[in-house]
Design a protein around this ligand. Structure first.
Ligand SMILES: [Zn+2]
Length: 470
């Protein structure tokens, strides 16, 4: 019997080329980060041409581009991108139906793991059937470098003790954070998983006892942890050494809860970290040596000028396996600036995640995003930061009327909840432009609805009850 030789991890990648192409921090922040935009766009142009050639080898893209009458040679610069059709999660689902179970969009067959180290993760637990992504070793390592840059930009340093409280599950997040910190940033990782795996009380014990300097979790959970720590009798400043809290979600309540800098970032499972906030807190810098981002109109799909809100369309430049050319992720965003930032970076900046266009609620002819309502109520210091929206249809003598209600948790001891409710309704009317009902509930009352503290990768924030009612 011959003994098959496995693809040994240290032998299967050109490591020198990897760090030359995608430099990690700190070198990256002294070089590419500060390049003039023309130089950056020239690099994007070269990488785009290569990515389009790779995509052309994939049945998924060839099928779609041939149908649209476009060939790889038609794409010479980033400005040519709108010639290519974008794709959405629905096209991925179609691809899986066409060629189950992996779809015809993967750049590698699963069996290729015998020749090169591959990983597979899934997305889509919240919006339908799971969608697999196969990652080559290059894609994992380059993605880990992007993640390392994010953590470095946000104050994590070699020697830090980092507690990773994300869910280690079928999706990618927790694994790539671990990989980035362990392989590329010299941190000591304490791996707890979520509260379901390691009780939050025990996580706080770890953080206290081992001098944890950073906790990785989603923003709502970090706020929850701070509140629980106080209830357990900890003094957050005296008993912990937390120095920085990089997160996904709104960092402002996190900063307030822990009394240390907090930052946000953006990314999604298939392409890993795309953008991250710097110390200037003036938008999220896109790692433009690895991505080209566009914003397109939600209804027409046409490119939008900078500053206007639409769907984010992502083209990924760094991956060798699975390609992502004009992936319309249906997250609402806008490009804030292409001017140099106070931090010295020249990479363009986007706004924070503004909601999902496919959870958009059409209410009395106006598009409302539940996340936008959440952002409005969370400005009030009397609320905990926890909220949940539902849409319902009310029967009236004049016919059916769609209503949106936001449930908001108040902090303990705030006095008159009725007054809070009236004031939040007024504030929503001013900022959203129409009447939205508010229900004020007690601290922790929304946990069963949002799934906060469970294995859900993102808390549930919206339920459309109109479908069941009609
Ligand atoms: Zn900056």
């Amino acid at each position: 019997m011959p003994h098959p030789v496995p693809p040994y991890y240290y032998q299967t990648l050109d490591w020198n080329r990897l760090v030359a192409d995608y430099p990690p921090a700190p070198g990256y922040f002294d070089t590419v980060w500060k390049w003039p935009r023309e130089r950056l766009v020239a690099l994007q142009q070269q990488r785009l041409r290569e990515a389009v050639q790779r995509a052309w080898q994939t049945p998924f893209y060839r099928r779609r581009w041939e149908k649209a009458g476009v060939r790889p040679d038609d794409i010479r610069t980033p400005a040519d991108l709108p010639k290519l059709p974008f794709y959405t999660v629905d096209d991925i689902r179609d691809s899986i139906a066409l060629d189950p179970p992996y779809g015809d969009y993967q750049g590698r067959a699963a069996a290729a793991a015998a020749e090169e180290p591959l990983r597979i993760f899934w997305s889509g637990g919240t919006t339908g059937d799971p969608r697999p992504t196969v990652y080559t070793q290059w894609d994992r390592e380059a993605g880990a470098i992007l993640t390392q840059r994010m953590y470095y930009l946000q104050g994590v340093r070699p020697g830090d003790v980092v507690m990773n409280s994300w869910a280690f599950s079928t999706h990618n997040g927790a694994w790539i954070y671990d990989h980035a910190l362990h392989h590329w940033l010299g941190c000591l990782n304490i791996t707890t998983g979520t509260g379901n795996v390691t009780a939050t009380e025990k996580q706080l014990m770890f953080a206290h006892k081992y001098g944890v300097t950073t906790i990785l979790s989603w923003a709502d959970h970090l706020v929850y942890m701070a509140n629980l720590a106080r209830e357990l009798g900890y003094d957050l400043q005296r008993d912990f050494k937390i120095r920085t809290l990089p997160t996904f979600g709104n960092p402002l309540p996190v900063k307030e809860a822990w009394g240390c800098p907090a930052y946000e970032a953006y990314g999604f499972h298939e392409v890993q970290v795309i953008s991250a906030e710097c110390d200037a807190h003036a938008g999220l810098h896109v790692f433009e040596d690895a991505f080209i981002v566009e914003c397109v109109d939600v209804d027409t799909g046409q490119p939008l000028p900078d500053g206007e809100t639409g769907n984010l369309v992502v083209t990924c430049l760094y991956k060798t396996g699975n390609q992502h050319i004009r992936y319309n992720i249906q997250d609402l965003c806008r490009i804030v600036s292409r001017e140099p930032c106070a931090c010295g970076g020249t990479h363009l900046r986007t706004d924070r995640f503004l909601g999902r266009s496919d959870t958009m609620v059409k209410l009395r002819g106006i598009n409302v995003w539940p996340e936008g309502c959440g952002n409005v109520v969370n400005k009030d210091p009397r609320v905990t930061g926890e909220w949940f929206c539902y849409a319902e249809t009310k029967k009236t003598p004049r016919g059916d009327v769609d209503e949106l209600t936001i449930m908001v948790e108040h902090k303990a001891g705030i006095g008159d909840a009725g007054a809070l409710r009236a004031q939040l309704e007024d504030r929503l009317k001013v900022e959203i432009g129409l009447r939205i009902n508010v229900e004020v509930v007690g601290p922790d009352a929304l946990r069963t609805l949002t799934g906060l503290g469970t294995d859900r990768p993102k808390p549930k924030r919206f339920e459309d009850r109109r479908i069941a009612q009609k």
